[in-house]
Design a protein around this ligand. Sequence first.
Ligand code: GDG
Length: 468
Amino acid sequence: MGRLVVVSNRVADPRKTSAGGLAVALSQALQKTGGLWFGWSGRIEEGAPGEGELHQQQAGPVKLVTVDLCRQDHDEYYLGYSNGVLWPVFHYRLDLADFEANSIGGYRRVNQLFARKLVPYLLPDDVIWVHDYHLIPLAGELRALGCRQHIGFFLHIPLPPPQILAAIPGHDWLLRGLFSYDLLGFQSQTDCDHFGRYVEVEAHAQQVEKGRWRAFGRTVQAGAFPIGIDVEEFESLARAPEATDMYHRMKNEYSRRKLLVGVDRLDYSKGLPHRLRAFRELLTKYPETRDSATLIQIASPSREDVSAYSDILHELESLCGAINGNFGELDWMPVRYIHRTVARARLPGLYRASRVALVTPLRDGMNLVAKEFIVAQDREDPGVLVLSRFAGAAEQLKEALLVNPFDMEGTAATIQVALQMPLEERRQRHQELMRTIRQYDVQWWCDAFLQALAKTQAQETGTPWLRL
Ligand code: GDG
């Protein structure tokens, strides 16, 4: 394989442990090939739209190159189009999309800026791996500048059915852009099937063989590559003092009670108000859970400058207040809601002390918390995962208790089953889940994608690039 070039909105320094599993997995592949990681610096500086200063840093054998954005570019590309249009629509929330802001120009401009700044760094046999919805048109912009390298794209969030995608003004331009890639990776087979139907209907694409689609004079391979976690890294985090200390503290404090845990970015896709209503239903319908079950919900702050996020913040605060007010006792609060980021090193201890995890997004590309919870468990006395059927993870984690998060009563009944589940069944389910999570870890994901991209390389040499 040639040198790996990763492009994503944000760049993480792979030497820092806080960078997380994705950065670690990518960094292994980057280190092997002496690669380059390119993205936004995270800085908003004075300057003209479509321009930005470059920064370069060496992290061992890996070069990190980042570019600043000016305020207008940041607002249109990041807040406006990526998080105000694509994020809600791709999570099936047309009602939350801000189509009026006219931010598509800024989105395109920043993708052009990325392409222009990246090209001078590229070598002819580089393999380029672009990540996520911020950068869908990047391959098209690179092709327009003459790049012939093989380029793959991985979408971390869901791809909705064609009728929803087609509601985005300018979706046909996005669609064309996808055909500038050689490989498209999705989190689940469901998403991949949506892609197939979408390109058939909207681009009259032909399926030349399984998963290979031809349109606009180019052929693109599409497949499901469910992302995993770094199991060994998370296991060792779980054994480290910060996590074990957290575990003992929680166990002591809740020795009489069963803990339920939720850990999410505060995002409307994660279904937090629905989850709290299901928990309220649990307390109402199953009185034995009162005074015996406590939900710890961590909602780490996220994208607070996008307006839909402040609405959900207020909704959550008032729901938690109402549940605690109506059900709480002097010595028992049903919900502990924490609107802060908890140190990563403590999370495994919290997961391990919990009998049940509530991972109930309304839509999610994958959901890594579900996998982290399972890995952190004591295999002799493991907790139970209650998982939304609408998370990508549900395709893989079949031994979880699957729920429809829109169905409050059904979710409450399943939480009650989870709380009552006998030890033997918990062990069996946990063992199967661990097997899957270990087999399809983040290294598998990285290798499987890059191998599939390398294969398309052989089939696609000499294909003319597409000018958008
Ligand atoms: C996108 C897709 C897809 C959460 N709160 C805290 C914290 N976290 C960590 C978790 C986990 C990560 O953040 C969240 O990952 P998810 O997968 O749940 O969700 P997104 O952030 O929405 O990620 C998603 C993912 O990309 C990967 O492809 O699975 O579907 O939406 O690792 O542990 N970490 C710390 N404190 C917190 O309070 N330290």
